[in-house]
Design a protein around this ligand. Structure first.
Ligand SMILES: NC(=O)c1ccc[n+]([C@@H]2O[C@H](COP(=O)([O-])OP(=O)(O)OC[C@H]3O[C@@H](n4cnc5c(N)ncnc54)[C@H](O)[C@@H]3O)[C@@H](O)[C@H]2O)c1
Ligand SMILES: [Zn+2]
Length: 372
C-alpha cells in the first residue's frame, strides 16, 4: 500500500479590520492560489510580476490558477537584485501596467523574493492610487518576513526603503516547495530573520533553532515548516498590534539599524539582506552590552546560533565606522540625525527606540571587528 500523502495547509490570520488577510502555508499550493483569495473579490485583469528564472516553475502555476477564473492575466518580469529595487523599475512597471490595460479592479501578484515583493507592492500601492495585490513569496526571507505586514517600497542611493507606502496584500501564499530551488546563501539569509524572531519574541523558538540547525540546513520539511509558521505568527501578531509602526512594530528592526547601514555602506552588493542583519544583530547585542542592557550571556547565545546558521558575525574590517554611522543616521527610525536602536534585554525580549551614545556604538564595532 502506498503511504498516505498528508498535505497540511496552515492558515494564519493577519487581523487588521477591513484590511485583514490570511497567510496560507503549504506544499504544492501555487496551483490553488485563486482559491486562497478572499471570496467575493472580483477582478477585471491580473498581472503577475516575477523574475525570468522563476517564470516556468512558479509564476506559471499561479497564472493557470488565476486564468481558471477567466481573468485575463499578463506576466511581467524584472531582473533580480536589490539594485533594481528603485524608482526606475517602479516607473517602468507603471507604464507596463497601463499598456496591459490594468484598471482599478486589476490585481497584481508578486511571485519572487523580498525585493520583488517590495517593489511590486509599492507599485500596487501607488498605481491609480492603489490596486489590490497578492504576495507569493519564494525565498525563505520573504516567506517569514517581507511578504507580511504591508510595508512596500524602494531604495534611494542614500538609503534603503526610503520611499514607500503601507499597503496590505489581499493574501499571502507560501508554497514551501519553492524553497527547494533556493540557493544556499539565500536560504541562510532567510534564517537570519527567523533567528531574529527568536531573539525579539520567543526564547523557545530560539532554543529550537539552536538545537535543530543541522536539520534546518538540510531543509527538513517539518522543522522548516514549523520555523516558517512560528515566524509568520510572530510577525502577524506584531503587525496586528501596530500596523503603521507607531511603536511596538519597531522591534522587528532588531539588527537592522547597523544591518541596513552596512548594506548602504557597501553599495547593496556585498551582503545579502539577511547577512547584513546577522552582523547587525551581533552589533545590537554588543551595543546592548556596552550600555548595560544586554547580558553577555545573551550575546554569546546569539553569536552561537548565527555561527551555526553559517551567517557572518564580524564587522567587516575594511568598512570605516564613519560610513556606517553616517548611513545609520539616515535610517528611517533616526530622530534628529541620531539612530534609535532595538536592543535585547534577554533572548525573547527586545526593546525599541533606545538612544545610544556614539562612543558605545564605536566600542561595540571595535569588539566586533576582532571576531571571526
Ligand atoms: N517589506 C518588508 O517588510 C521587508 C522585510 C524584510 C526584508 N525586506 C526586503 O526584502 C529584500 C530581500 O529579500 P530576499 O532576501 O528575498 O531577496 P531577493 O528578493 O533579492 O531574492 C534573492 C534571490 O533569490 C532568487 N529567488 C527567489 N526565489 C527563488 C527560488 N524559489 N528559487 C531560486 N531562486 C530564487 C531571486 O531571483 C534573487 O536572485 C530586501 O530588499 C529587504 O529590504 C522587506
Ligand atoms: Zn529584514
Amino acid at each position: 500500500m502506498r503511504p498516505l500523502q498528508v498535505c497540511l495547509v496552515i492558515e494564519i490570520p493577519v487581523c487588521l479590520a477591513d484590511r485583514s488577510y490570511a497567510i496560507t502555508i503549504g506544499s504544492g499550493i501555487l496551483e490553488q492560489t485563486v482559491g486562497l483569495l478572499p471570496s467575493g473579490d472580483d477582478y477585471t485583469s491580473a498581472v503577475i510580476l516575477t523574475h525570468p528564472h522563476l517564470l516556468k516553475a512558479y509564476a506559471a502555476p499561479v497564472k493557470r490558477s488565476i486564468e481558471s477564473l477567466g481573468v485575463r492575466t499578463t506576466v511581467l518580469t524584472i531582473r533580480p537584485g536589490e539594485r533594481f529595487k528603485n524608482l526606475r523599475t517602479a516607473a517602468r512597471l507603471y507604464d507596463l501596467l497601463l499598456d496591459a490595460g490594468v484598471d482599478r479592479k486589476g490585481i497584481l501578484v508578486t511571485v519572487g523574493g523580498g525585493v520583488l515583493g517590495d517593489v511590486g507592492g509599492f507599485v500596487a500601492a501607488t498605481y491609480l492610487r492603489g490596486i489590490d495585490f497578492v504576495q507569493v513569496p519564494t525565498t525563505l526571507l520573504a516567506q517569514v518576513d517581507a511578504s507580511i505586514g504591508g510595508k512596500t517600497g524602494v531604495d534611494l542611493p542614500g538609503g534603503k526603503n526610503l520611499i514607500g507606502a503601507f499597503h496590505q496584500p489581499r493574501a499571502v501564499v507560501i508554497d514551501t516547495d519553492t524553497l527547494n530551488t533556493l540557493p544556499p546563501r539565500e536560504y541562510r539569509s532567510g534564517l537570519a530573520e527567523v533567528v531574529k524572531y527568536g531573539i525579539i519574541a520567543d526564547e523557545a523558538l530560539f532554543d529550537r533553532l539552536a538545537a535543530e540547525m543541522p536539520l534546518l540546513h538540510r531543509r527538513e520539511f517539518n522543522v522548516l515548516s514549523s520555523a516558517i509558521e512560528r515566524s509568520c505568527r510572530i510577525k502577524a501578531e506584531v503587525v496586528a498590534q501596530d500596523e503603521t509602526e507607531q511603536g511596538g512594530r519597531a522591534i522587528l528592526n532588531f539588527g537592522h539599524t547597523v544591518g541596513h547601514a552596512l548594506e548602504v555602506a557597501t553599495g547593496y552588493r556585498r551582503f545579502k539582506h539577511g547577512e547584513a542583519i546577522s552582523v547587525g544583530m551581533v552589533s545590537a547585542s554588543l551595543i546592548g552590552e556596552e550600555i548595560g542592557i544586554t547580558p553577555p550571556e545573551a550575546t554569546t547565545r546569539i553569536i552561537g546560533v548565527l555561527r551555526s546558521a553559517r551567517l557572518p558575525i564580524a564587522f567587516p574590517a575594511d568598512v570605516p565606522y564613519d560610513l556606517v554611522l553616517k548611513a545609520a543616521s539616515h535610517d528611517k527610525k533616526a530622530l534628529g540625525g541620531r539612530p534609535r536602536f532595538v536592543l535585547a534585554r534577554a533572548i525573547g525580549n527586545a526593546e525599541h527606540g533606545i538612544d545610544v551614545p556614539e562612543t558605545a556604538v564605536r566600542a561595540a564595532f571595535a569588539r566586533q571587528v576582532e571576531m571571526s
